[in-house]
Design a binder for this molecule. Sequence first.
Ligand SMILES: [Zn+2]
Length: 412
Amino acid sequence: MKINPLRLQQHFEAMSLIGKIGDTGTCRPAHSSLEKEAFLLAASWMQAAGMTTRIDDFGNLIGRLEGSQPHLPVLMMGSHLDSQPYGGRFDGVAGVLCAIEVVTTLTENNIVPTRPIEVISFADEEGWRFNKGLFGSRGILGKLEAGELQRTDKDGISREQALLDFGCNISNFKASEYANGSIFCFLELHIEQGPVLDIANKPIGVVSGISGPLWQTLTLKGMAGHAGSVPMAIRNDALVGAAEVIIALNEIATQIPGAPTVGTVGTLQVFPASRNIIPEEVTLTLDLRDIDLERRNKYENQLLQAINRIAEKHGLTYTLTEDTNSEPRYCATWIKEIIHEQCQLLQLDAPELMSGPFHDSLPLSYVCDYGMIFIRSKDGISHNPLEYSSYEDLAIGCNVLLGTVNTILNKQ
Ligand SMILES: [Zn+2]
């Protein structure tokens, strides 16, 4: 049993027209009329595959293929159809369209699963419109936070208003939540969005887990002074301190060659920011991620020691605040093993790799076992119209997903 690569390609091509920017880009904001258009198109393919479809009150699109035992916990697959404002054609889309193709192939082969299968396109995975993502996947699990509906986009439209405009009934969220134990497992196929597979020249990767980011904000304070008159020996230059912190984080994150640890300073604010004044205060963001929480904690401690040493060396004071502290979430070993088996059947040498970015799998990991399949991203580019994965690679990944689903259905 194999998927139909031509049909899959046609679905990608048709979906890429909705919210198209430039030759290869996509802008499909969450809860927008463009996302609705994408949902209706995807729903038509779900229906052709024998699924019933609905849009729930969080703005998720859900297709359901009934099982011979409808009360059994569902095998859920999916991703998202919203995109970054200057995004590509494959991020999220791959996981939804490949899941639909898998179900289409199953029904074409007259397979009636024992447990129900659901394909879901989660609302607002990307998070840029309201500065908070994974909305739909957290929503169905009852994990929304206080004040989320009052967040506004750049035009002043609240999440609440956007959901109402989308046709959602926000007083009925409870009815769209999934009860504990009602999801058997979750499978997500996604483009890698990084260069590991491309460099290794492998089309498919098996995800080991989603790394947990530690986000901190550091403010270093020194003393301003005339850039022409204060002697070097008595300066308290906050920017020199910040530069050393950046180097320190880089050295900490690279101390084990080849390890998946990543550390980034992505922003730097300098005060008073004059070429003629010694920088008095610098605020920078620290992002540290690792699949190994113990190692990340150790590195966090090394970073703190480095900050103390650097502050003392330059006569600086500092404040360090924690913005986000997520733990790594590992894929289920039994699902990873099935994915590896399927790769071997297709003569694929599929490396295991971790995911630096978040995915809808992250909230799902708290309620069920999950597995992820990565597709090679050309040059590792994503969140950019240049994002590219070949239809050949996507078809291979879709066949791995099909084999994985079929094995799970036969096993359980
Ligand atoms: Zn995505």
